[in-house]
Design a protein around this ligand. Structure first.
Ligand code: FAD
Ligand code: UDP
Length: 369
């Protein structure tokens, strides 16, 4: 008898497995449909010997010391501050939009103070910021919105920014200084030996058993367990009872070049040209030294592996129905980006998983006491 059956070996499943095994002495079985651990954070060496992220570029960033400390038990880190250029009007300029972006694009020579006034003069005031379009035009005006956000968002989501919640575009800050880092967070690091190695350490506890290439539905009835932790798509768990929750997918196209470096920075975004949204060169992220280099192109699509929940009102309403059902399903915890239909970064999933672990552990202690 296992104390817990955990569906999915991504951040959500692996953190809970590690905590239940190491802190509660529980015997857990992790069942993963894919042939590997680490979920969408999985990385591996490609045929050229370059460390790549199979499901697109993953850069770790967080503000919470406790999340950083928790993961630091399983990996050493390398400092890495992600920088992104956007290809706009035939030039590559910094995104998030900053002082250099505006000066370069419009041939100006503004100071930070003048840029604040400039933004105020072009911004369209909005009474309520409801959509991603509102979030951007209310800060930087329509022209920058059109150049940097409208085309990218339409490609990435298959929706106009006016059809998406404000939180989507609000992930990208606006700056009046020359800071060109993609993230503002206190901790901006990459696992020194890669994500997969970090997950191997997390799951290396003797109380944890792992089954790859297995959908939990293939084994559920043969394996006795007390608690189920589910980290897959929530609509699939309930056999799509209230209809499908839309998830956005991507095709990843990898390309290796016979030269050590092809881009000036980790990622170049293409908001207006081509069918792909961005190209990422992994060696910037990983710090690997190699005579060759591998990049990945991201082509958004509607069908395929579920990667992104799509934050908009009608989807939130449908998710609420599933959340109510999840609430009424005893003995099952729903955790992670797919199971709680939240556009979460890795650190947020770790935080959510640790909070779920605390809740599970305290109710178990009550039962045991
Ligand atoms: P997942 O990693 O999706 O893990 C769920 C696992 O459950 C999967 O491995 C799946 O195969 C398995 N599973 C599902 N159903 C079943 C089943 N029926 N039976 C068995 N197994 C099942 N976050 C950042 O912080 N920084 C970034 O730079 C970043 N970049 C990203 C880029 C892309 C292209 C994408 C798609 C995501 C990015 N993220 C990034 C987000 C990050 O991937 C997620 O926050 C994190 O991986 C979510 O972890 P999870 O465990 O919730 O889900
Ligand atoms: N975005 C954009 N232009 C950009 C970068 C981002 O329009 O150059 C918008 C787009 O809608 C994107 C969202 O902001 O999906 C969030 O961007 P982020 O880079 O955080 O996306 P992720 O890394 O999660 O794919």
């Amino acid at each position: 008898m296992f104390d817990a059956l955990i569906v999915g070996a991504g951040f959500a499943g692996s953190v809970i497995a590690e905590r239940l095994a190491s802190q509660e002495g529980m015997k857990v079985l992790v069942v993963e449909r894919r042939p590997h651990i680490a979920g969408n954070a999985y990385d591996h060496y490609d045929d050229a010997g370059i460390l790549v992220h199979k499901y697109g570029p993953h850069i770790f960033h967080c503000n919470a010391p406790e999340i950083y400390a928790y993961l630091s038990q399983f990996t050493a880190w390398r400092h890495y501050q992600h920088r992104v250029l956007a290809s706009v009007d035939g030039q590559q300029v910094p995104i998030p939009i900053n002082l250099d972006t505006v000066n370069k694009l419009y041939g100006l020579n503004l100071t930070s103070f003048e840029l604040e006034q400039w933004f105020a003069s072009v911004a369209e005031p909005k009474e309520r910021i409801l959509t991603s379009e509102d979030a951007v035009v209310s800060k930087v005006g329509r022209d920058l919105y059109t150049k940097f956000f409208r085309g990218y968002t339409r490609k990435q989501w298959g929706l106009d920014p006016s059809e998406l919640d404000a939180q989507v575009a609000a992930r990208i800050p606006t700056r009046t200084n020359r800071d060109d880092r993609y993230f503002n967070d206190r901790y901006q690091v990459m696992p020194l030996h890669g994500y997969t190695r970090m997950f191997e350490k997390m799951l290396a506890h003797p109380n944890i058993k792992l089954m790859l290439n297995t959908d939990y539905r293939e084994v559920q009835e043969f394996i006795p367990y007390r608690l189920l932790v589910y980290t897959g798509p929530v609509d699939a768990f309930f056999d799509f009872r209230y209809g499908k929750l839309p998830y956005r997918s991507l095709d990843f196209v990898f390309e290796t070049h016979d030269t050590p470096q092809v881009q000036a920075v980790g990622t170049v975004n293409y908001p207006n040209d081509y069918d792909y949204t961005r190209i990422t060169e992994f060696k910037h992220l990983t710090g690997q030294t190699h005579a060759r280099t591998t990049v990945v192109y991201e082509y958004p699509k509607a069908e395929g592996d579920p990667y992104y929940p799509i934050p908009r009102k009608e989807n939130a309403e449908r998710y609420k129905q599933y959340a109510a059902l999840a609430e009424e399903t005893p003995g099952v915890a729903f955790v992670g980006r797919l199971a709680t239909y939240k556009y979460y970064n890795m650190d947020q999933v770790v935080a959510q998983a640790l909070a779920t672990y605390e809740r599970l552990a305290s109710s178990r202690r009550l039962v045991v006491a």
